[in-house]
Design a protein around this ligand. Structure first.
Ligand SMILES: [Zn+2]
Length: 345
């Protein structure tokens, strides 16, 4: 009886070896392992019958069975190693990287045209010795209007359709409040610009939006005159629109400056327009680029500056500069985030 079991063990080993060698991948090999060594496997079944062997033969048969089991496990492990080695080689072969292929290009971002113009304008004024100050977008009525010579019942408030948050606070309608905030804290000489978002209760159309960007600037010192205003703003206009631009100053009205002016440049588009009626200036030959003026004595009194100080102030609409600079006729294009438009800059 025991001889028969020993023979069976030998043939089981041979059979196992051949099955293991035939296994072509790790999954097949696992099936073979299960078939032989699993709970219902062939070797397990054989050992379960050990009870039918005479007692004195059992140790020899048991020892043999253990050796066979160890040998099978060894062969299984060797085969597993070989299979995983070759599957790795196959993968390496298939997934070999071809370094000569062109790489995938990553999309690169760029600055929004409004940011570009904003930076350019700031750089120009920095170049003329102006520093950059910041102020809150939520302003009080006092800084946005009253301190700038626009009392509550002043008809000039009609010029600024405002978005009030409550009775005394609003989204600033211009960057001019920063002028008051800086002058309250510091004494002249001062050359300061402040840039940022402003808000007005405007219906959105080709030239209006409820939100826009402005750069406000001012210069205060002893003996600052209208000639300084002309010099600084002409330089600015020529740096933005070209050195051969003509600049003219036309009387205007702002509550916080006296006298006030609008600054025009001669149209740079007229020469290109073949129809005779230029689309940029409408045939006027001149284009308005910004508003300015000598700071009103009321404003200088509000911040307690002595009477021998004088200054000028100006406000530049960034969207307007961008529209002119890039020859765009609709302000809404800047805010629609259409990449086909934005990629052109
Ligand atoms: Zn023109």
């Amino acid at each position: 009886m025991s001889e028969a079991v020993l023979d069976k063990l030998d043939s089981l080993l041979d059979e196992a070896k051949s099955k293991i060698t035939k296994a072509q991948d790790e999954k097949e090999l696992e099936e073979v392992r299960h078939q032989i060594l699993g709970k219902k496997g062939e070797l397990t079944a054989l050992l379960r019958n050990l009870g039918s062997i005479p007692q004195d033969k059992r140790p020899a048969v048991g020892k043999k069975a253990n050796e066979i089991k160890l040998q099978i496990e060894q062969v299984l492990d060797d085969r597993l190693q070989k299979l995983s080695q070759s599957s790795l080689e196959i993968r390496l072969q298939n997934e070999r990287i071809d370094y000569s292929l062109p790489g995938e290009s990553l999309p690169s971002g760029r600055l929004h045209p409004i940011s570009e113009v904003l930076r350019e304008v700031k750089d120009i004024f920095r170049g003329m010795g102006f520093e950059v100050a910041r102020g809150p977008e939520i302003e009080t009525d006092y800084y946005n209007f009253e301190a700038l010579n626009i009392p509550p019942d002043h008809p000039a408030r009609e010029m600024w359709d405002s978005l009030y948050l409550d009775e005394k606070t609003l989204l600033r309608t211009h960057t001019s409040p920063v002028q008051i905030r800086v002058m309250e804290k510091r004494k002249p000489p001062l050359r300061v610009i402040s840039a940022g978002k402003c808000y007005r209760r405007d219906a959105v159309d080709a030239t209006h939006c409820f939100q826009f960007h402005q750069v406000e600037g001012f210069m205060v010192d002893e003996e600052v005159s209208f000639a300084d205003l002309k010099g600084v703003l002409s330089t600015f206009a020529r740096l933005v629109f070209g050195q051969d631009r003509q600049v003219k100053f036309v009387p205007s009205y702002f509550p916080f400056t006296e006298p006030s002016v609008e600054v025009y440049i001669d149209c740079f588009n007229c020469a290109q327009s073949s129809t005779g009626k230029c689309s940029l200036c409408g045939g006027e030959k001149w284009i308005e680029v910004l508003g300015a003026g000598m700071i009103h004595p009321f404003v200088l009194r509000v911040v307690d500056y002595p009477a021998h100080y004088s200054g000028f102030a100006f406000g530049v609409g960034i969207e307007r500069i961008a529209l002119l600079k890039y020859g765009i006729n609709d302000i809404r294009l800047f805010y629609e985030n259409d990449e086909r438009f934005l990629r052109q800059f």
